[in-house]
Structure formats: C-alpha cells, structure tokens
Ligand binder design. Structure first.
Ligand code: COA
Length: 162
C-alpha cells in the first residue's frame, strides 16, 4: 500500500506547526531564526511529512565541513551531514514516517550537497530514536558525557554515505 503521507520541503508557512511539534516532542527547542536559517541554507534537507493537509513530522539537517578529514584545499574537504532535529507527533508514530524522513534527507545530503558521512547526537535513554537510527544504518561512534542541558549523556551516531 502506498504511504498515506507525503514528504516535501519545509516552507515558511510550516514554521508555527514545526515549532509546535518540536516543543511537544523534544526538550531541545530552538528559536524561529534557527529554523529559518536551516531552511534558507539547506532547503533540501529540511523536510516535513504531511498527512491530510497537516504537517505531522519534520527533520531538519545541515551540512558541515568534515574537519577530521580537512584538506588545505577547502573545496576538496569532505562534507558531512548533521541531523539536527527530528520529531513525529505521538499519534502518528510507528507508521514509518520517521524512517522515511531520514532516508529522504540522507538521499538529498548525497545527491544535492555531496555529503560523505552523516552524524547526529541522541540521548542515551532515547531508545525509540536510537532504534530508528540503527534501522537507517547509523552506528554508535562515541559518547559525550553531560552533553545535554540536564546533564544526560549523548551518543554520537554516524553513517557512511559513500
Ligand atoms: C524517534 C521518532 C522520530 C521515530 O519516529 P516514527 O515515525 O515513530 O518512526 P518509524 O515509525 O519510522 O520507526 C522506524 C523504526 O524506529 C524504531 N522505533 C520507532 N519508535 C520506536 C519505539 N517507540 N520503540 C522502539 N523502537 C522504535 C523501530 O525500529 C521502528 O521500526 P519498526 O516500526 O519496523 O519496528 C519519534 O519517536 C519521535 O518523534 N520521538 C520524539 C522526538 C525524538 O526523540 N527525536 C529524536 C531526537 S534525537
């Protein structure tokens, strides 16, 4: 059966809804300008899932220079994608939307921004998200102690895109 939702680029009119999903689903909240700057700079990897005309989830990413592979010729330095935030409204979870958002964002990171790797941070207690990332090919690389404002540790997870 085809999915009952569509994936599309975030548009400015989605901002209030995306901010409300972010606040409902995550303790890490951002200013309007943070969302807008990601949309302006990386429009193809800030995506929303829409069901029956309503946005029910989003993924917001960016692309960075991979300084661990830094070359003196800046344009030849590999780029890496960074998943900044993803959330799906509770009543729409476990229907494949999170996975579809990640897979489309990863595809665009490679095709449009030429990223060679992708990484993200996740709370060590966030089993749903850790499972989702493992299912989409990410592996735990290391732990950052006290990464979050409340002192919780983060896993850095990454995936080779080549
Ligand atoms: C993490 C999140 C985005 C997953 O979205 P989703 O649309 O429910 O995910 P999917 O339906 O695509 O699930 C894909 C896989 O992820 C894993 N997963 C998702 N939710 C899970 C849960 N509650 N418990 C265990 N595994 C889960 C499963 O492996 C699942 O595959 P399956 O359904 O075939 O078993 C969603 O739970 C969410 O918005 N959580 C709150 C915000 C958040 O924590 N964001 C991540 C911050 S790093």
């Amino acid at each position: 059966m085809p999915p009952s939702y569509i994936l599309r680029r975030f548009e400015l009119r989605d901002l209030p809804r995306v901010i409300s999903i972010n606040r409902r689903c995550l303790p890490e909240n951002y200013s309007e300008s943070f969302f807008i700057s990601h949309h302006e700079n990386f429009p193809e990897i800030f995506l929303v899932a829409e069901k029956d005309g309503e946005v029910v989830g989003y993924v917001m990413c960016r692309v960075e220079i991979d300084f661990s592979q830094f070359s003196l010729i800046p344009f030849s330095s590999p780029k890496k994608g960074h998943i900044i935030s993803i959330a799906v409204l509770p009543e729409h979870q476990r229907k494949g939307i999170g996975r579809a958002l990640i897979e489309k964002a990863l595809e665009n990171m490679v095709k449009i921004y030429n990223a060679k790797r992708c990484y993200l941070e996740v709370r060590v207690s966030n089993y749903p998200a850790i499972n989702l990332y493992k299912k989409t090919g990410f592996e735990v690389q290391r732990i950052i102690r006290g990464y979050y404002a409340d002192g919780e540790n983060a896993y850095i997870m990454s995936k080779d895109l080549q």
